[in-house]
Design a protein around this ligand. Structure first.
Ligand code: PLP
Length: 266
């Protein structure tokens, strides 16, 4: 496909849910992509009812419409990287899997199992997605709870309590699904917010200072969108993850407070 301009913003395909408060999901993803020099394009995979106090409901979007949107987009625009977030329903996962075959762009997936505030679970969708999207995924960015859920260990928040356990599970997931895995392990004890990357059979520890703040909404969304956008600059996955982690750490330190509840990363 010919490019009309040499200096262009990379097109980043965002497939994530709508959080009307803008702290997470599509709106947050689009802001991060734009801020880091990308051009957001995308589909809304779910409609949540939420404000900064938490997610109250999540409504499905017609998967057939999303399939058509992706099809007309991807047969026209050559996207440079893809960020997947909350996927909304198993039907959406299926149309995504079908349409990802239209592109060779790297796919970064933030497997949202549950909102930090709210009691809704997306566990079944995440399990389905891991299998259906097999072969399409470049990097998965679970936190410890999501890693446990993805690998069928448990849905409890305290599963995988040690770094060693998390690394072992991430390594086996990486091998079995031929995908890099970045475990957002920020809640481990100590004064370091440490993430663990399993990439091409190697384990790397990504250190960063622990920022003393209450849970900031949208950090996972921002991190995966930052990785997708920065990856288009040509650096390796480990270098890109480090740069994206740095970007998010800076944003956490200067989080916005749009409402009465959680601060938001963007
Ligand atoms: N994606 C969407 C659309 C959401 O609404 C939410 C959360 O509420 C998330 C992702 C996850 O964000 P967080 O982990 O900050 O709750």
């Amino acid at each position: 496909m010919t490019r009309p301009h040499s200096a262009r913003r990379p097109d980043i395909l965002i497939c994530s849910g709508l959080d009307p408060s803008g702290g997470a999901g599509f709106l947050a993803d689009a802001r991060v992509v734009h801020e880091l020099g990308g051009r957001p394009v995308g589909v809304i995979t779910a409609l949540t009812v939420q404000n900064t106090l938490g997610m109250r409901e999540c409504h499905e979007v017609d998967a057939e419409v999303i399939g058509e949107q992706l099809n007309v987009l991807l047969t026209d625009v050559e996207v440079d990287a893809i960020k997947l977030g909350l996927l909304g329903s198993e039907a959406v996962v299926r149309v995504l899997a079908d349409n990802l075959a239209l592109t060779r762009a790297p796919v970064i997936w933030d497997p949202v199992v549950a909102p930090t505030r709210g009691s809704i679970s997306f566990l079944r969708i995440v399990e389905t997605a891991l299998e259906q999207l097999r072969g399409h995924l470049t990097l998965i960015t679970p936190n410890r709870q999501e890693l446990a859920a993805l690998t069928g260990i448990s849905n409890g928040r305290d599963s995988l309590p040690t770094i060693e356990q998390a690394v072992a599970v991430a390594e086996s997931l990486s091998t079995s699904h031929e995908v890099s895995v970045l475990v957002k392990a920020g809640h481990f004890d100590g004064d370091q917010a440490m993430d663990v990357l399993v990439h091409e059979g190697k384990v790397e520890y990504l250190h960063g200072p622990r920022i003393d703040t209450e849970d900031v909404h949208g950090t996972g969304c921002a991190l995966s969108s930052a990785i997708a956008t920065l990856l288009t600059r040509g650096a390796s996955i480990p270098e890109t993850c480090r740069a994206a982690k740095q970007f998010v750490a800076e944003r956490i330190a200067h989080a916005a407070r749009p409402g009465r509840g959680a601060p938001a990363v963007v």
